[in-house]
Design a protein around this ligand. Structure first.
Ligand code: NZQ
Ligand code: ZN
Length: 386
């Protein structure tokens, strides 16, 4: 295990009915906020009313930025920054999933920056100041509710990039499992694939002696799988939601990255190119790319891949290479069984689109820690997705 410093400043309020606590928490730092949300689900499931009632009862005023789309775009961020400055708000309240939270984080950072906030994504500007961010989480997937990362697509350049800043951790996140009962099954499945991918990006980063982290990782993956299977049968199962939600948060709130080398993140880089070009849901992109990446790089650490297979799928008495391959096959089958795509064809992405994805990814290659990937490696991984 490597030396590390771990600090996570986000306060989490977890449980049914806890959205009512938001207003009093916000009031401690803000009199007027920008509320940011997506394309309607929070109006349909009552979460919007719960949030605004809570703000009202604590005398917090608000202005609204609705309409954030999945794979959120930079122009929406610019709209939000302009509105936030015009209205003189004190904090941003994100009501939604990763797309809404990341848009909110970027607005909160851009509010203070005189230049173009896209600079934060290209490395030209290091975010050091941000408005306070509050989150009401409605879909569990990204871990954005308890980390300092944000991912935005620059729709002009087709770059889907991220930034990370200590000032971008939400001040408070409300995680109410009942707010996720309304999720369509495919969104629950997308979220599960993303949470699993976060665990695996960290798990396969070639750091020796990480037993406690590996055990945590495997526990998270088994819990995500088990809870997802229950939820696909009964979307309103409170305990399964609760377990899935907290698993997805723990997957990327920093705990699971302690003592490691930072993770591999190649599958995420390739997926971000895929979703920048084809606007596919992030979880669905990962269910295609991740198994292919595993197959391509497994010889870099076949023992660890075999451990994954044994711990997750109880694959028994075979050698490491066979166990590794069997685990990858079972993971792919599990994705398929929960309704996710596992090939480019499943997601209606043409095989001849591979070159576009390679070209897009090449803006950032080489990447990856377990194996450094060059454009030709990315091409070969995508060919395994055919
Ligand atoms: O727009 P609405 O109507 O709200 O519908 C959303 C959206 O269509 C719907 N939804 C959310 N909560 C719901 C609901 N529908 C019914 N009931 C509810 N309770 O779900 C759809 C997807 O929402 P989105 O926010 O896009 O999902 P997710 O949380 O998976 O976020 C994905 C984005 O986050 C990025 C991804 O790349 C992608 O852009 N990521 C962010 C990370 C981070 N900040 O740490 C890390 C990740 O690896 C990831 O890259
Ligand atoms: Zn992800």
């Amino acid at each position: 295990m490597k030396d590390f410093i771990f600090q996570n400043p986000t306060k989490v309020v977890f449980g049914k009915g806890k959205i009512s606590k938001l207003g009093s928490e916000v009031k401690k730092v803000a009199n007027k906020v920008l509320i940011v949300y997506g394309r309607g689900s929070i109006k349909d499931n009552g979460v919007y009313d719960m949030v605004t009632n809570s703000l009202k009862s604590s005398n917090v005023d608000w202005v609204e930025l609705p309409g954030v789309k999945p794979n959120p775009i930079l122009s929406k961020v610019y709209d939000g920054i302009e509105l936030a400055r015009k209205e003189g708000i004190d904090a941003v309240v994100a009501i939604g999933g990763g797309s809404v939270i990341d848009t909110s984080k970027t607005i909160a950072a851009g509010y203070h920056y005189k230049g173009d906030i896209w600079d934060a994504f290209t490395g030209k500007y290091k975010v050091e100041k941000s408005l306070a961010i509050f989150v009401v989480l409605t879909i569990s997937a990204t871990g954005s509710e308890m980390n300092g990362g944000a991912v935005i697509t620059n729709e002009k350049t087709r770059q889907k990039y991220s930034f990370w800043a200590t000032t971008s951790y939400p001040k408070l996140s409300v995680l109410d499992p009942s707010a996720q009962f309304s999720l369509p099954k495919i969104q629950t499945a997308n979220g599960a694939a993303d949470a699993i991918a976060h665990v695996l990006e960290l798990y396969f980063d070639n750091t020796p002696n990480t037993l406690i982290l590996d055990e945590i990782s495997e526990g998270i993956i088994r819990t995500v799988m088990n809870s997802t299977e229950i939820l696909l049968r009964n979307p309103n199962d409170y305990d399964a939601r609760a377990n899935l939600i907290w698993s997805a948060t723990l997957a990327l709130n920093g705990i699971n990255g302690t003592g490691r080398s930072g993770g591999d993140w190649s599958s995420h880089a390739i997926e971000h190119s895929l979703s920048a070009l084809y606007d596919i849901a992030h979880g669905s992109g990962l269910s295609i790319i991740f198994p292919a990446w595993m197959e391509y790089v497994r010889h870099e650490d076949v023992e660890k891949f075999a451990r994954f297979s044994r711990k997750i799928f109880e694959i028994g008495d075979v050698d490491d290479e066979k166990a590794a391959l069997e685990g990858i096959k079972r993971l792919k089958k599990w994705y398929k069984d929960i309704g996710l795509p596992v090939t480019l064809h499943d997601a209606n992405i043409p095989f001849d689109g591979i070159e576009r994805v390679v070209e897009n990814a090449a803006m950032r290659t080489p990447f990856g820690r377990l194996k450094r990937l060059e454009p030709n490696d990315v091409r070969k991984i995508l060919e395994l997705c055919a």
